[in-house]
Design a protein around this ligand. Sequence first.
Ligand SMILES: [Cu+2]
Length: 97
Amino acid sequence: MIDNEYLVSGMSCGHCAQSVTEELTALPGVEAVTVDVETGKVTVRSTEPVAESSIRAAVDEAGYTYEGFTATVRSHTMGPSTTDSPAADSPRRPSHA
Ligand SMILES: [Cu+2]
């Protein structure tokens, strides 16, 4: 299991995040996608490495700007849940206020 973090700009609300999430989740090997709208940080969890070009294309398809790869986090072989997965229990941000 690999978590890769990317930076995406142009997202402003939950709907934006949802669009990006859907496009990225459709990529082969991708199991989960976490989007932080405020920072533009997108975390892609996959069972195999995903080509950066594929990430870029998916973000583009969703209508946002791919800014770049930021980090790889491999932390899922260490046993039961640690505090490194904000996606699991952070409440969903309300969309369009
Ligand atoms: Cu939006």
